[in-house]
Design a protein around this ligand. Sequence first.
Ligand code: NDP
Ligand code: OXD
Length: 314
Amino acid sequence: MSLLLAMTGWHVEDWRARFAALLPDMPVVILGEPFDRRSVHYVASWKHPEGSLSGLPNLAAVFSLGAGVDHLFADTRLPEVPIARVVDPDLTTRMSEYVVLHCLRYLRQQPRYDRQQIDKSWEDDRNQPAARAVRVGIMGLGELGQDAARKLKVMGFDVAGWSRSPKTIDGLATFSGSDGMVDFLGRTDILVSLLPLTPDTRGLIDAKLLAGLAQGGRLGGPFLINAGRGRLQVEADILAALEAGTLKGATLDVFETEPLPAESRLWAHPAVTVTPHNAAMSEPEAIATLIAAQIRRLEAGEPLEHVVDPARGY
Ligand code: NDP
Ligand code: OXD
């Protein structure tokens, strides 16, 4: 019985070493190296090549090495076995750090001071809004969205959230579905996207959505932070809104095409911050520990945790 690691773009050896230490009785095999397909009971995947998981007759479960599972559902030949994703405090904490960092950068006007420093310009217009006067709207109130909301509230921001199904969360204004969208956007100065990529969310951050954001807020216009998935956003619409001045700035960790192509205008845009899809990286120590515990649960006849619903796509 073996665990197959099927990943692209990450350091597979770090994961192999970590899983081998955690599961000493389970051989760890790597996609691309020779292995017996009948021996594979478990797969840990990050963007495995399409079709590479078919023909594994004893497969019992597939583990996403990230919180998102769109990379799995992109495979039209994905075996029909239970799929579990990452829900882990290490990853969640990393994402909240990213969200709080970039909300604070906008609150404290840091991009502007970075530009002033390059110009050796000492300008202070004495306009520093309080966090309580800045309205953050989080799209996606799941594991990541709710933790980010809690931490933004500790910093004093006025936080609301939007999700697919209605929610009641202490101290948080909540909105849901297409009915709640207009009111949610209309009270948002900093829009944070922590949505999964599904057929319903693809292309959601477009010209229409951006036009609905609050224009009269204390930051002088709205900002966007997208750390969900790149295909949620229409990059041409973001650039157009920045150029029209209806969007003041954007921090993007994820892109329609990754790595972000050299010719993308986002790279050099003065109002755009680009990070290389690492808002919340999966750290092998923490995430292999989570998956090894899941495998031990299955081996002990206990149910898998954090199972995703293929019909919802997340
Ligand atoms: P969860 O599944 O816990 O939460 C997803 C949230 O999105 C839920 O609140 C859900 O609503 C909401 N949602 C889903 N579809 C819709 C829709 N059509 N309309 C409105 N709301 C919707 O996911 P996580 O919080 O754990 O992760 C979110 C995403 O973050 C991941 O899928 C991944 O894409 C991204 N991510 C990015 C990382 C990075 O480094 N950039 C790292 C980790 C994750 P409801 O509550 O009603 O179900
Ligand atoms: C994830 C990611 O989904 O890193 O965990 O994008």
